[in-house]
Structure formats: structure tokens, C-alpha cells
Design a protein around this ligand. Structure first.
Ligand SMILES: Cc1cc2nc3c(=O)[nH]c(=O)nc-3n(C[C@H](O)[C@H](O)[C@H](O)COP(=O)(O)OP(=O)(O)OC[C@H]3O[C@@H](n4cnc5c(N)ncnc54)[C@H](O)[C@@H]3O)c2cc1C
Length: 396
């Protein structure tokens, strides 16, 4: 019996979240196949995000904070983010929670193997896993293969290495996480540190860069050592866990619907916010939208704006950073010191109104952003003209 209603290709954050939201939406009579190349056993990532109230994955929230440190230009200051809380989930807790939940869902079949192909046909899809075909009405894929970057788009990476360190003396403030600490040597890119305190002696310290290229491991290690010694004042500590990650930060248009019965989800579906790399909450939002649409209409496509104002603003910010017109340290410092922090979080969540966005944009360096906006319009117009000319040449 290789026939399913929904085939979910990729069982990471997006695939598992979608399976969960399908269940929450009451679609427990649909046959679901969830495929990943391997069972998830390792604590391979830590998710942080902000949220109001109790979320879908509250039972696995390991820590949460309503105050955050921001250390940019000028003196470090604390921001109160109520009604939001900044929450942290360990990957291993999330995977275990989902394994337990899925074990009680008889309509979901799990399968381990490599998804080799997804072929669309008149009434559904065939997903081939290690040579074995599975038929479905719809496929949801979080398998990400970066595409070549066309002219006039930016492809940066958020890359980071984190150490969970144990200090011999109390050094962390468990009541407040450090959201961004720019007190590290700055380059042409964006560099800062997150500190997520578990208790007074233990924290995940993450040295983070936004830039077009990755660094070698020794570079992150040196950045972490300098921060831990210089800013935290620790000369001896134990490293309990190491985390390394790369997240795309791009304004590239993602093919959300690559073929009639396939929808891309998670990072592959463009759920990573281009200007910050935050993805987890956007995955939850997309999973809810797909499940709601399937329940209401029988198909997964939910309404989306054809041009998103927030996506355009992300493009402009990436251009500002890429062109070096303004440093990330200056931009984020202005954003957080001149606006109410909950409002900034709402803006980053893309829940703000046009009027609120205009007010917020007035607090950063307007000429710099206008130059980048004009630059982008120029580049994209030229790219469109060049593509049009190519099309005419090919047609003749
Ligand atoms: C270390 C790290 C930390 C992060 N921290 C945060 C954070 O704090 N906050 C936040 O909002 N975002 C964060 N992100 C970004 C984002 O939330 C995660 O990358 C998230 O896991 C993306 O979910 P996804 O399902 O799109 O991809 P993944 O979780 O990577 O899932 C994709 C799945 O597809 C499977 N797969 C791939 N190819 C195949 C194939 N051919 N066949 C079968 N299976 C396949 C993989 O095994 C994987 O399980 C982080 C990312 C990383 C890497």
C-alpha cells in the first residue's frame, strides 16, 4: 500500500511541524507519509524565537525570557519585550516530542531513505525513495537545494558556532538572554554574539556572522574564546556541547509551488526571514496555513500577497549590508534603541502596519536606505531588460 493523501519529504523542523499541524487541524483521517533520510537523534540545533502566550511546542520550551540584553553602539541596555517571550527549544527535545506524538498517530507512516525524485502527474505525485515509488495527492518538500543567484539578488549566509559552556563561578544572568552583542571585532560583514543562559553558570554562547562566505572553524573558535575571556571575564570553563549552523539569508524568490501538486516548505519554501535568519515561527505559521487550507478547501495553497512590502524591505536591508553603505551594528543599534522593542519584534514578524513600518524606517539612516532602494530598482530593471533581450534573441 504505497498510496497516501499527503507525502512530506524531509522530516526536520518544517516536515515535523506540518505533520503536527495537520493533526491539530483534525486531519487525522488522511494518510500521511513522512520521509527523512535518517532518524533524528542528535541535538543538532537550538531554536530561539519570540512568541506571545503559549505556543504549539510549549512542552519542549527549555528556557524563556521576557528581558533581553542589547549591546551595540553606546552602552549595553536591557529591553523588555512583554507581551512577547523569547523562547529556546533544544533540537533533541523537539525531535523526541515529535517521535512520541507521531507514535500515537496511526494515519502517519514514517519512512527512512533518500528522496530521489518528486514527479507531478495529472492527479497527484510520485515520490521515489531509494528506488521505491510512493503515490500521493500532494507532496510537501523541505529538501533544500540552493539555486544559482540571478543578478540583482543577494545571497548571504548566517553562520555561527555555539558552545554551551559551564563556568566555575556564577557569571550569567538567567533572567535575561543576550539578543545581540556587537562588542566583538567588526569586519565588512555583520558580527555579534548571542548568549542564552540556562542558569548562573551555564549558557550557550554563539559567535555569529552574516556574510557572503563561510569562515573556517578556527575563526569561530577564536571569536568565541576572545568573547568568553574578554566580555565574560572567564579564563577557565568547560565546553559541554558544540553547535554549528548555516542559514541562508537571501531575497531570492523561492518557488513555493514548483509544480501543480507540490508545495515547498521550511527553508526550501522561503520561510527563512532574509534579514534575520529566523525561521522557526514562520514554519509554524506556514504549517498552520497549509493545514487550515487543506481542511477548508482540500488543497494546500493559502493566499499570499504577490508583492510583500516586508520582503522588499528585507531586500533593501541586504543591499545596504552587501554594499557596505551601513554596518549591521549601526542599523540594529538604531532599530532597537529608537523604537519600542515589542514593536520591533512585531515588525520583524511582519505583523506591523504600513504606518508603523514607515515610522520605524524614519528612525534609521534614511538616505542610506533610499540609495539602496534606488540601486535595487536600477539593478532589477537592468536585469529584467537583459532577460527580455535574451528572450527576443532566442525567439528569433
Ligand atoms: C544550527 C541551526 C540553528 C538554528 N537556529 C534557529 C533559531 O534559533 N531560530 C530560528 O528561527 N531558526 C533557526 N535556524 C533556522 C531554521 O529554523 C532551521 O534550519 C530549521 O531546521 C529549518 O527547517 P527545515 O525543515 O526547512 O529544514 P531541516 O530542519 O534541515 O529539515 C530538512 C530535512 O530534510 C531531510 N533531507 C534532506 N535531503 C533529503 C533527501 N534527499 N531525502 C530525505 N530527506 C532529506 C534532512 O535530513 C532534514 O531532516 C537554525 C538552523 C540551524 C542549522
Amino acid at each position: 500500500m504505497n498510496q497516501f493523501d499527503y507525502i512530506i519529504a524531509g522530516g526536520g523542523a518544517a516536515g515535523l511541524s506540518l505533520a503536527y499541524h495537520l493533526g491539530l487541524a483534525g486531519l487525522r483521517d488522511r494518510r500521511v507519509l513522512l520521509v527523512d533520510r535518517e532518524p533524528k537523534r542528535r541535538n543538532d540545533r537550538t531554536w530561539c524565537f519570540w512568541e506571545v502566550g503559549v505556543g504549539a511546542f510549549e512542552p519542549v520550551v527549555a528556557r524563556s525570557w521576557d528581558r533581553l540584553w542589547f549591546c551595540g553602539e553606546g552602552q549595553p541596555f536591557q529591553i523588555a519585550i512583554t507581551p512577547y517571550r523569547y523562547k529556546m527549544i533544544h533540537g533533541s527535545d523537539f525531535y523526541r516530542y515529535m517521535d512520541e506524538w507521531l507514535a500515537d498517530q496511526p494515519n502517519v507512516t514514517r519512512c527512512y531513505g533518500r528522496v530521489e525524485r518528486i514527479d507531478d502527474h495529472a492527479d497527484g505525485v510520485t515520490v521515489t525513495v531509494d528506488g521505491q515509488p510512493y503515490e500521493g495527492s500532494w507532496a510537501f518538500s523541505s529538501i533544500y537545494a540552493p539555486e544559482p543567484v540571478p543578478p540583482a539578488y543577494t545571497y548571504w549566509l548566517q553562520h555561527f558556532k555555539g558552545w554551551v559552556i559551564n563556568a566555575p563561578t556564577p557569571v550569567f544572568d538567567p533572567a535575561a538572554a543576550t539578543f545581540m552583542d556587537f562588542r566583538v571585532e567588526q569586519g565588512d560583514d555583520v558580527r555579534f554574539v548571542y548568549v542564552l543562559p540556562y542558569d548562573e553558570r551555564t549558557a550557550l554562547v554563539e559567535y555569529t556572522l552574516f556574510s557572503p562566505e563561510l569562515a573556517d572553524q578556527a575563526f569561530y573558535d577564536a571569536g568565541l574564546r576572545r568573547y568568553i575571556t574578554g566580555q565574560l571575564g572567564l579564563t577557565s570553563y568547560e565546553i559541554q556541547h558544540v553547535e554549528y549552523g548555516v542559514i541562508p539569508m537571501t531575497d531570492l524568490p523561492f518557488a513555493r509551488r514548483p509544480s501543480p501538486h507540490v508545495i515547498t516548505i521550511g527553508t526550501a519554501g522561503g520561510m527563512t526571514k532574509a534579514s534575520t535568519g529566523y525561521t522557526f515561527q514562520r514554519i509554524q505559521r506556514q504549517s498552520r496555513q497549509i493545514a487550515t487550507s487543506l481542511r477548508a478547501t482540500g488543497q494546500p495553497f493559502y493566499p499570499e500577497p504577490s508583492v510583500s512590502r516586508h520582503a522588499l524591505m528585507d531586500s533593501v536591508l541586504l543591499n545596504v549590508l552587501d554594499s557596505g553603505r551601513e554596518s549591521g551594528k549601526t542599523f540594529f543599534s538604531q532599530l532597537f534603541s529608537r523604537n519600542s522593542p515589542p514593536q520591533v519584534l512585531r515588525f520583524l514578524d511582519e505583523d506591523s502596519t504600513l504606518q508603523e513600518d514607515m515610522a520605524m524606517m524614519a528612525t534609521v539612516n534614511i538616505p542610506v536606505f533610499l540609495s539602496s532602494a534606488l540601486d535595487l530598482v536600477g539593478q532589477r530593471t537592468l536585469a529584467a531588460l537583459a532577460a527580455g533581450a535574451r528572450g527576443v534573441r532566442e525567439a528569433t
